[in-house]
Design a binder for this molecule. Structure first.
Ligand code: ATP
Ligand code: MG
Length: 298
């Protein structure tokens, strides 16, 4: 007999039948997850140590860039920021609802037929908070990965909340074949410290790091083209060298990025000739190159 020590009462033991049932159901869940995710060729998560550094902006625009490269309808975005979902707003599909019909639940279609899943599509009102602990959040992410009709995708980008908590951990545990993480940071001293944490986190969990993006990296004057460093610069390169991770690129600050994001318009489409878009597209080329190389090695 097993006792609950704090109450001094015997704990009801699980019957063998009940335990077998539970194990079977877990196995079934795992098989369904694999079946859905096997149809997704590349899975990339976007993480950061600190909040507000541009993860969601990067995720949404990566999806748009890849969808525009001949992968219309083959790109998905999972907004795994359960408490602060904002991908729908950036991709201009805020207020939409998931459609249900045989054979299941379908993602919302964004620009260039990007398939989007977000907690925001399940909330009554955008002001409703989600007050959940870790296990519930993991269950929600598991369902998003398992029970959604993603179909055959070339790329799935996963936007995560800041830090190294439940959501990134869940995604990494649920997707052992993740191509890797992209770490977004900004060039300030505090951010340099937290980017180290994000790198260490990924290394601990044996997830490949595709590279670091330094966002808000200086301000390029739209009138004269001169660059001003708003935050202390250079630190990200030092960390990248010290910890042997590559820098995918630097995206300058541009007020049009937040303006367009707030309007639900991807900035790379709406300010195609800006320094930020040019920098972003160089990053896209690099990511594509890394994934192609990986594909060749697999
Ligand atoms: N390069 C940039 N220039 C100007 N504004 C930017 C740039 N990158 C992001 N922003 C703006 O900064 C704000 C934060 O960006 P975003 O929401 O993408 O960050 P996040 O890392 O996802 O935040 P959170 O940690 O809260 O999820 C947004 O208003 C966004 O439009
Ligand atoms: Mg975000």
């Amino acid at each position: 007999m097993v006792y609950n020590l704090s109450k001094g009462v015997p704990i009801k033991e699980e019957s063998d039948e009940r335990m077998i049932e539970r194990m079977k159901s877990l196995q079934e869940q795992e098989q369904r997850l694999r079946k859905t995710m096997d149809k997704v060729k590349h899975k990339i998560a976007i993480i950061s140590g600190k909040g507000g550094v541009g993860k969601s902006t990067v995720t949404a625009n990566l999806a748009v860039a890849f969808a525009g490269k001949g992968y219309q309808g083959k790109v998905g975005v999972l907004d795994a920021d359960i408490h602060g979902p904002c991908i729908p707003k950036i991709l201009g599909v805020q207020g939409e609802r998931l459609s249900v019909g045989p054979p299941g639940v379908f993602p919302v279609k964004g620009p260039i037929d990007i398939k989007v899943i977000s907690m925001a599509f399940l909330l009554q009102s955008e002001r409703d908070p989600v007050i959940w602990r870790g296990p519930l959040k993991m269950a929600a992410i598991r369902q998003f990965l398992t029970d959604i009709q993603w179909g055959n995708l070339e790329y799935l980008f996963i936007d995560l909340p800041p830090g190294t908590g439940d959501e990134p951990l869940s995604v990494i545990q649920l997707l052992p074949d993740l191509d890797g993480v992209i770490i977004v940071t900004i060039p300030s001293e505090v951010s340099q410290l937290v980017v180290k944490k994000a790198i260490t986190f990924a290394r601990h969990l044996n997830v490949p790091i595709l590279g670091v993006i330094e966002n808000m990296s200086g301000f390029v004057c739209p009138k004269c083209g001169s660059k001003t460093d708003i935050f202390a610069s250079g630190g990200v390169k030092e960390i990248a060298d010290e910890l042997s991770v590559s820098i995918l690129g630097e995206i300058p600050l541009d007020p049009r990025i937040s303006k367009y994001s707030d309007l639900g318009l991807p900035f790379i489409v709406n300010s195609p000739n800006s320094a930020s878009t040019e920098a972003f597209m160089r990053i896209v080329e690099k990511v594509e190159g890394i994934l192609k190389k990986k594909e060749g090695n697999d």
